[in-house]
Every structure is written in structure tokens, then in C-alpha cells.
Design a protein. Structure first.
Length: 222
């Protein structure tokens, strides 16, 4: 592809990662972005001199590709690993749900319901081929695997909160993959461990953009 020129629209992480790989291969690449800052939805804005992220983001410890990218940039020391503080609000009370012990203490569910909630992650790991879930909704799969009580009190409110009127149409494949990712990002005590980047995700996007330019690529605000 000698002499090839590529234009990428959008300086979010997908656009930057693509431009990074192309520039490493010696291809002339230009990234066009409507905002002055790179990062897309993982970018930042400034308030009183402090940079804040546009949206909340994290990685899982098993997000291999982003970890490999950070290692290539020589920035592994800037990855921060923190235990999550996941909770559930039910009947005017907040219940912590970060560890297996927290699940056993989740009194809104019957004891059997708590066991079925905890086992759902392990059941998800037994699914090796996503195609067996392709024509199943998340709602139907959760009810089949964990029961109506767990679905009604835990998962259905979360699906509605995230997807609104489309909640009943969400595919089981999406839900299954979320369980597998979260279930595989655990510490020694079973607690969920999440990864962040020192200075925010926008800083990492800027580092990638700088490396693209070092390889001869360009970034333009349009």
C-alpha cells in the first residue's frame, strides 16, 4: 500500500486506534474531528481549570487489547486498578453488591434467589458459543437461568433504566458478554476490580494522537 492515503472521520478511540495501526504501518493517515479535543465520548471538558470526563468510563482487567495498546505506548505505570463499589437501591435502602458475600447478604431476595443470582455469572461462563443465544432476549434468558424473582428485583429494573422501552428487546448475547467480562475482572477475594487511567481517558487519547503524529499522521479539527 505504498503511497496510500487514508482519512478517518472521528477521533474517538475507534478512529484513533485505527489511525495508530495505519500510521505504524507507514500509511499516510489523517484523522478529522469536529471537536477541538480528541477522545470522542471518552473525552473531557474543563471546569474552573479542572478537566472532567464527559462520561463515566472504566476497563475490565481482562480488556486485553486496550492493555496491549497502553503497554506499546510505555504507559503501563499509569493504569490504576481499583475495587468497584457496586450497589443496588431497593425499597429505600442501598445494598452493596461487589463481592460474593454481598450477594449472600442481599435480603430483598430469598435465600434461594441469592444463590441463583450468584450462580448466574458461573452459568454465563459455561456458554462457549454466543450463537446459541443469538435469537434469545436477555429477559427470557435471565428468567430461565436465575428465575422470575431475581429477574424482577435485580435485572429488570436495570434493563429498563439503561434501555427504556427497548428493554424487552435486548439480546441475551449482549447481557451474557457483560456478565463474562465483569465476572472475569476479579481480585483474590472475589471483589470486582476495574481499571482506570491516570489523568483520565482523554489523556490516553491524547497520547495515542501524539504517537500517530510521531509516525507522520495528522489530526485536524474540522
Amino acid at each position: 500500500m505504498s503511497g496510500a492515503k487514508v482519512v478517518i472521520v472521528g477521533a474517538g478511540y475507534t478512529g484513533l486506534a485505527t489511525a495508530y495501526e495505519l500510521s505504524r504501518a507507514g500509511i499516510n493517515v489523517t484523522v478529522l474531528e469536529a471537536d477541538e479535543e480528541v477522545g470522542g465520548l471518552a473525552g473531557c471538558f474543563e471546569v474552573a481549570g479542572t478537566r472532567l470526563e464527559k462520561f463515566y468510563h472504566h476497563w475490565f482487567t481482562n480488556d486485553r487489547h486496550i492493555m496491549e495498546l497502553i503497554a506499546e505506548l510505555g504507559l503501563e505505570q499509569d493504569i490504576l486498578y481499583r475495587p468497584s463499589s457496586t450497589g443496588n437501591y431497593y425499597a429505600n435502602s442501598i445494598f452493596r453488591l461487589s463481592t460474593p458475600l454481598d450477594v449472600l447478604r442481599y435480603t430483598p431476595l430469598s435465600f434461594v434467589g441469592r444463590i441463583r443470582l450468584g450462580l448466574l455469572v458461573f452459568q454465563a461462563r459455561l456458554v462457549r458459543d454466543w450463537r446459541q443465544l443469538e435469537n434469545v432476549t436477555a429477559a427470557d434468558w435471565i428468567k430461565r437461568m436465575a428465575g422470575q424473582e431475581v429477574f424482577d428485583k435485580v435485572w429488570w429494573p436495570l434493563l429498563q433504566g439503561k434501555f427504556g422501552r427497548y428493554a424487552s428487546q435486548i439480546g441475551a448475547v449482549w447481557f451474557w458478554k457483560k456478565l463474562v467480562l465483569r465476572g472475569g475482572s476479579r481480585g483474590k477475594g472475589g471483589e470486582e476490580i476495574l481499571a482506570y487511567f491516570r489523568g483520565g481517558f482523554a489523556r490516553l487519547a491524547e497520547k495515542v494522537a501524539a504517537r500517530i503524529e510521531a509516525h507522520g499522521g495528522q489530526h485536524r479539527a474540522v
